[in-house]
Design a protein around this ligand. Structure first.
Ligand SMILES: Cc1cc2nc3c(=O)[nH]c(=O)nc-3n(C[C@H](O)[C@H](O)[C@H](O)COP(=O)(O)O)c2cc1C
Length: 273
């Protein structure tokens, strides 16, 4: 998933030599990665630990392992992108070996270097669209491993908080409700996806312990302060092209926010021509 011209030799790597899907986001990468060797996998696991050590030394409060969005940790768990036949692939147990090894290494580094509490979270995408691909049933197995690892939290990666499962479980309930039910109170869950108003946040917080706001905080950086001060009615839930300097969004992102259809809610009436 790396952008080839931004990495050494332009060579992307993954669990296996499987092309990434093109519908992962608004940019497409057509490079087919090279499968990592066993030695490189060990080196990569250590690199997660080194990144964590640097985060500790830099004074951060924690790290979130990016096990979502089709990036490398997800690539190892996925039966789509991981077609290996060694200890890192094949059965679901083997496909869990990389995520679990990364968590173990990060925990080891935290135990060794952190002098105050240091949070470790894990972000996951509960389903992949393709077959074979990660299903809700497989995600339940991953969640068990994450709960066993005693992480501080699990963070969903969804664009719509209440989205329904594609397959793998017969249910009319949302993914996040099924995940909450499966995890129980073993580990806190952060929900996310298209939450804009305080009312929507309150409803979502009936299912998850915490909530993250992405696009909404870009459009309304004072969201939390406005809620605290009882100014909910002043919260902005759209953007228009007069607001760039107010919101301090750099040009490349500002352009994308308007160019990618349906990504940000644009208020056309307030747009300058
Ligand atoms: C500008 C922007 C950059 C993002 N970058 C990442 C990223 O690097 N990693 C990630 O997991 N999600 C990323 N996301 C997705 C958000 O974390 C979030 O899951 C998504 O926007 C849905 O939440 P929202 O509806 O509150 O925006 C990004 C979202 C936006 C708007």
């Amino acid at each position: 998933m790396a952008v080839p011209h931004l990495i050494p030799d332009g060579e992307t790597v993954s669990a296996s030599s499987v092309a990434p899907l093109l519908d992962r986001g608004f940019y497409s990468i057509d490079a087919v990665p090279r499968a990592l060797t066993d030695d490189e996998i060990i080196e990569l696991i250590k690199a997660f630990g080194e990144a964590t050590r640097r985060a500790i030394e830099a004074g951060f409060d924690g790290v979130e392992l990016h096990g979502a969005s089709g990036y490398i940790i997800q690539q190892f768990f996925s039966p789509h992108s991981n077609t290996r036949t060694d200890r890192w692939g094949g059965s679901i147990e083997n496909r869990l070996n990389f995520p679990v090894a990364v968590i173990d290494e990060v925990k080891r580094v935290v135990a060794k270097h952190a002098t105050q509490p240091f949070i470790i979270g894990y972000r996951l995408s509960p389903e992949e669209p393709e077959t074979p691909g990660i299903t809700m049933t497989e995600t339940f197995t991953l969640l068990d491993a994450l709960a066993d690892a005693e992480l501080d939290y699990i963070h969903m990666a969804l664009t719509e908080f209440w989205s329904k499962p594609r397959r793998g479980v017969e249910s009319n309930r949302s993914r996040v409700e099924l995940i909450r039910e499966h995890v129980g109170n073993r580990v806190p869950i952060i929900g996310v996806g298209s939450i804009h108003t305080p009312d929507q946040a309150v409803q979502a917080l009936e299912v998850t312990d915490l909530l993250s706001l992405g696009r909404e905080l870009i459009m309304e950086p004072k969201w939390v302060e406005k809620v605290q001060q009882g100014e909910e009615k002043e919260i902005k839930t759209t953007i228009n092209n007069n607001d760039q300097s107010l919101l301090a969004v750099p040009d490349p992102l500002w352009k994308l926010m308007f160019d990618v259809p349906g990504w940000f809610p644009v208020d056309k009436e307030k747009q300058k021509q």
